[in-house]
Design a protein around this ligand. Structure first.
Ligand SMILES: [Zn+2]
Length: 297
């Protein structure tokens, strides 16, 4: 599943490429991937100019000059690939890392093709068909159920340690990993970033929020921001104009200190990294470095 840093990588790339382009047509092969009426498409999508590409949690929002927006959820296997008419090397793709990012498009994973008047195209590829691209009035976007419930963005400047601790305390009797993953507490934190930030802050994932000292929670706030920021830098730091499957995969493995490192030695103390189950998710932990607060192993 693309996580917040990957979706942000998509946003940054598309914000650089899409604004001012005018939509000429939209084709799709799977109605659930593009659940929009023919009338709305004709009225509010075709001939509309792209204004901006925004993100909220893991949802992308492409604002149009028609006062409508395309709201996009990549879900498990979604990706967006922009291909210019000329200079195909300037293509940009990000999201689920597979060969469609760099291969000839459309291919069998292409669900939606948006063509622009200048001959460039935006492909929404999604092998498993859980993702979607929905057209709706821009003013209604904040009214989507998901948007109303989702917690604050961890990378916004107003996301202070005070706000972070307040949000965690909404579920003070739960284990801290479950709370970090709860999208109503915080927006967009997935399994990798929960494990990595808890490791860096030396907090065992089964710890109960209320029992963790404030100093540790402040450390967790800093580590969470650091790990998300680093990951976005990795996603965006390639000198090519697209992020290919290998580059993406490599960047995760490069920075991960515990995630998917079970049975390997901890880089801090040398103990073996364990894989356990917390909050229903595979969880990577160094039981020597990460202290348990308010729970029993
Ligand atoms: Zn360790």
């Amino acid at each position: 599943m693309p996580e917040l840093p990957e979706v942000e990588t998509v946003r940054v790339g598309l914000q650089r490429l899409l604004p001012k382009r005018v939509i000429k047509s939209a084709d799709f092969d799977w109605p659930k991937s593009f659940p929009n009426s023919k009338h709305d498409v004709g009225q509010f999508l075709i001939d509309a100019k792209i204004i901006a590409v925004r993100r909220r949690a893991k949802v992308l929002i492409i604002d149009l000059s028609s006062n409508y927006s395309l709201v996009i959820h990549l879900k498990m296997t979604g990706q967006l690939v922009f291909v210019p008419k000329t200079k195909p090397d300037n293509r940009f793709g990000a999201g689920h890392p597979n060969d469609s990012l760099i291969g000839k498009l459309p291919d069998k994973s292409t669900r939606v093709t948006i063509s622009f008047t200048d001959g460039s195209r935006l492909f929404f590829n999604d092998q498993r068909k859980f993702g979607w691209m929905r057209l709706m009035p821009t003013i209604e976007v904040p009214e989507i159920d998901f948007m109303k419930k989702v917690g604050p963005e961890p990378l916004e400047s107003d996301f202070t340690d005070k706000l972070f601790i307040e949000r965690l305390m909404r579920r003070k009797n739960s284990n801290i990993k479950a709370v970090l993953l709860d999208q109503t507490v915080l927006a967009g934190v997935g399994n990798i970033y929960a494990d990595e930030s808890l490791f860096a802050a030396k907090i065992h994932p089964i710890s109960i929020v209320n029992a963790v000292p404030k100093t540790r929670l402040k450390a967790l706030h800093k580590e969470l921001i650091d790990v998300l920021t680093l990951s976005i830098e990795k996603g965006g730091s390639t000198d090519r104009n697209y992020v290919n499957a290998e580059g993406k995969k490599g960047s995760y493995i490069d920075f991960a200190k515990v995630f998917r490192r079970e049975k390997q030695p901890c880089i801090v103390c040398g103990s073996e990294i364990k894989k356990i189950r917390v909050a229903g998710r595979g969880t990577h932990v160094c039981e020597s470095c990460q202290k348990v607060y308010g729970a029993t192993k």
